[in-house]
Write a protein that binds this ligand. Structure first.
Ligand code: ZN
Length: 338
């Protein structure tokens, strides 16, 4: 019979050690973002390969030396969780492991399943490594989120994108001991809502080419943040526009950076009122480079050279999911060293 308590303890301790040795908490509390799973594997000196695995999400080997393989057949959040699980096997000195879909469903935090001790430990490690309580706290602080707003599927979905986990994993993690932001009943309610329903609500009448892509809702709270997602992601930018004083958000720079605006709307109080403002909502899709800077300025259009009243900028990396071969984190390291 597996010992759940000791598995959770061992997994948590190993995850905490890695967070500390790579200074992750300080970086994320300053700049936002998520735990970089693949970069941690590479920096730990463990070979990491992506391959189209059949019936498996990931593999850990320890002979003749440690190594990790992750499937290319799934989206970025599943690739990241799988990588974290395999990194757990490695950090905890485990025997080789072939891991399938079941790693996504089970968790020592939710139940006491009867499976191998080392799998319990790797599961506990993966959850704690990718979703430590302080990561939630950092994003709550930036966005002004409270436990009360975590009953809203839209907010939890936006949180999941920022921490780089699936919607389901994020919902479940919000109730685990140490985080305990919501109760199980709320988790059940949240899981009753499909991410597709949330995306539809965000996109309104815009129909994307497919519903697998994620939809980020960016607001002033994301200013200066790093957005890490996938090539086909969509962005809804909701920004206050001081139209009553003649200012409008212009997106020349957005277009130059390779974003196509697919929807552009204004909502809210009468824009003609002196001193009034509206909510400008711009939906954009990247058709350009996978890395860069998304910038917009709020200007008076007849004063092209005038100083903007406000500006909005995020840095983005839309290179996910990982393709066959070595990780992009490792490619970047090799290029920098060359
Ligand atoms: Zn495993």
């Amino acid at each position: 019979m597996a010992d759940v308590r000791s598995a959770i303890l061992r997994g948590k301790r190993a995850a905490g050690r890695l967070h500390r040795s790579f200074g992750m908490r300080e970086r994320i509390e300053a700049d936002g973002g998520r735990i970089d799973v693949f970069d941690t594997i590479v920096r730990s000196g463990v070979p990491l390969l992506f391959k189209p695995l059949d019936g498996l999400l990931g593999v850990f080997i320890n002979e003749p030396m440690p190594g990790i393989m992750v499937t290319t057949k799934r989206g970025l959040s599943v690739q990241r969780f799988t990588g974290a699980h395999e990194l757990g096997h490695c950090a905890l000195g485990h025997s080789p492991s072939l891991d399938d879909e079941s790693i996504l469903r089970r968790s020592p935090f939710n139940s006491a399943p009867d499976y191998a001790q080392q799998e319990l430990e790797a599961d506990a490690f993966a959850t704690e490594f990718m979703m430590p309580p302080w990561l939630f706290a950092a994003h709550f602080q930036r966005h002004g989120w409270t436990p009360a707003v975590m009953t809203d599927p839209m907010t939890v979905y936006q949180l999941s994108l920022r921490i780089g986990a699936s919607y389901e994993a994020t919902c479940r993690s919000l109730m685990r001991p140490g985080v305990a932001v919501i109760a199980r009943k709320t988790v059940d309610n949240l899981l009753g809502v499909q991410p597709r329903t949330i995306k539809k609500a965000l996109l309104g009448d815009y129909e994307p080419p497919d519903w697998r892509r994620d939809v980020w809702l960016l607001t002033e709270k994301d200013e200066g943040a790093v957005i890490e997602g996938s090539r086909s992601d969509l962005f809804v930018l909701n920004l206050t526009e001081h139209s009553g004083s003649g200012y409008v958000w212009t997106f020349d720079e957005l277009n130059k950076a390779g974003f196509a605006v697919v929807r552009d709307e204004r909502e809210g109080p009468d824009g003609q009122t002196v001193g009034g403002h509206v909510m400008r909502s711009i939906t954009a899709r990247s058709e350009g480079p996978q890395h860069g800077r998304m910038a917009l300025a709020e200007r008076r259009p007849w004063l092209a050279d005038g100083a903007p009243l406000a500006s909005f900028c995020v840095h983005y990396d839309l290179s996910g999911p990982e393709g066959e071969g070595i990780s992009q984190a490792e490619r970047r390291r090799l290029l920098e060293a060359a």
